[in-house]
Ligand binder design. Structure first.
Ligand code: NAI
Ligand code: MG
Length: 372
């Protein structure tokens, strides 16, 4: 029996292309794993009314980790129209399979390392080596939303809000509410994960990103908890910054930052900013992680216009596979992949279109594999 069971979930569009290239690299490094293909994405929504079928959920319960490509999502009305005729009109609602996976398996860490590899023509600067820890299950993504707002809720809000709250001036049927729900447990575990990572990887500093001065209840609690957790990691420096300020500081002095941690939405925004500074979507790797399961994926989507053309950059996905190996404890193999990616970028002989070249997705995968 193989040492690891891995779910292999290409999904839609270029998800297939980039996972094919990643397979070349994992084969070459001889990871002792069984790769079990799983169904996810648009095709399964259209045919079965479910983008994350039960059999895929069962598969995820029985594996050590998963590699995931990308999926296509469409707005609710368009999604309904693409169902096979026998499933239309039954009130089936399209739900993002990624968000469901995160919630169902409580994948509370969204980990996104952003490193400027020397020689990458897309680097914004060369002194960037950031690791973003984004809380992945709560905050504004809790799904507690109202538009219109039910009368009973509006009444409670009128009763409990400050007299100067702007919304009080308007008719109650004009309100829309998305709730920012943050828990002590959710905050503590993501902050602790960031500090543990810093300790394990000999990183010097954790920067807590927040908006505690204005969004006091949730962001203020997040910052307070960070200060508490920091007590357990005296050898690591902690600082904090407002989310708006950090956008400026990251652009000005990226070398001053190391590990970053934030609640869900601020983390989402900061991770895209950081990814763009090191080459954009072709380089943005990520892991959705809990103690029991890790789902690793490039941060880009299915880019339908390039689907099946084997044109896009697989480095984001290959670096995600590298994260998976680290998470599994295969640190030597992970480091080897990292070195191989760095060498191919540095040499600059093989480049996909986004890097200014014309090599294919698979040629990039082969070039990286050849360095192993
Ligand atoms: P996208 O990320 O799929 O692509 C946007 C553009 O970025 C592409 O047209 C391409 O020019 C470039 N690009 C993306 N990946 C690249 C790569 N590996 N190498 C080089 N260039 C790359 O975003 P878009 O077009 O907004 O969304 C397409 C579909 O993907 C939508 O249905 C969207 O809902 C879905 N999506 C899925 C995600 C996921 O599966 N995690 C994340 C983001 C979007
Ligand atoms: Mg995003």
């Amino acid at each position: 029996m193989a040492k690891y069971k891995l779910a292999w979930l290409p999904g839609d569009g270029i998800g297939v292309d980039v996972l094919d290239a990643t397979q070349i690299v994992l084969k070459r490094i001889a990871l002792d794993a069984e790769y079990i293909p799983g169904d996810i994405g648009w095709e399964f929504w259209c045919r079965e009314g479910e983008a994350l079928p039960q059999r895929t959920i069962d598969l995820l319960r029985n594996v050590d980790a998963a590699m995931f490509g990308a999926i296509t999502s469409k707005p609710v009305k368009a999604a309904e129209a693409e169902l096979v005729p026998e499933l239309r009109g039954q009130g089936l609602v399209y739900r993002s399979p990624i968000v469901r996976m995160r919630q169902m398996f409580d994948l509370y860490i969204c980990l996104r390392p952003c490193k400027a590899y020397p020689g990458n023509p897309l680097n914004y600067r060369d002194d960037i080596d950031l690791v973003v820890f984004r809380e992945n299950t709560e905050d504004l993504y809790s799904g507690v939303e109202f538009n219109p707002v039910p009368a009973e809720l509006a009444e409670v809000l009128l009763k409990l809000s400050k007299p100067f709250a702007a919304f009080r001036e308007y008719p109650l049927d004009q309100l829309a509410i998305s709730s920012k729900i943050v828990t002590r447990k959710g905050s503590e575990r993501i902050i602790r994960a960031a500090f543990e990572f810093a300790r394990q990887h000999h990183r010097r500093k954790v920067t807590v990103i927040h908006k505690a001065n204005v969004v006091r209840a949730t962001e203020g609690m997040f910052l307070d908890i960070a200060r508490e957790v920091h007590q357990d990691f005296p050898e690591i420096e902690m600082d904090d910054a407002n989310v708006d300020a950090i956008c400026m500081w990251l652009l000005k002095n990226p070398g001053n930052y190391d590990v970053l941690v934030a609640t869900n939405m601020f983390g989402d925004i900061i991770s895209d900013l950081a990814a763009q500074m090191v080459g954009g979507l072709g380089f943005g790797c990520s892991g959705n992680i809990s103690e029991n399961l890790g789902v690793f994926e490039p941060s880009h989507g299915s880019a339908p216009k390039y689907a099946g053309q084997y044109k896009v950059n697989p480095i984001a996905t290959i670096l995600s596979a590298r994260m998976m190996l680290d998470w599994l404890g295969e640190t030597d193999k992970a480091a080897a992949i990292e070195r191989a990616v760095a060498a191919v970028i540095q040499e600059g002989q093989i480049r996909t279109y986004d890097m200014g070249g014309s090599h294919s997705t698979l040629e990039m995968g082969e070039a990286i594999a050849a360095k192993l």
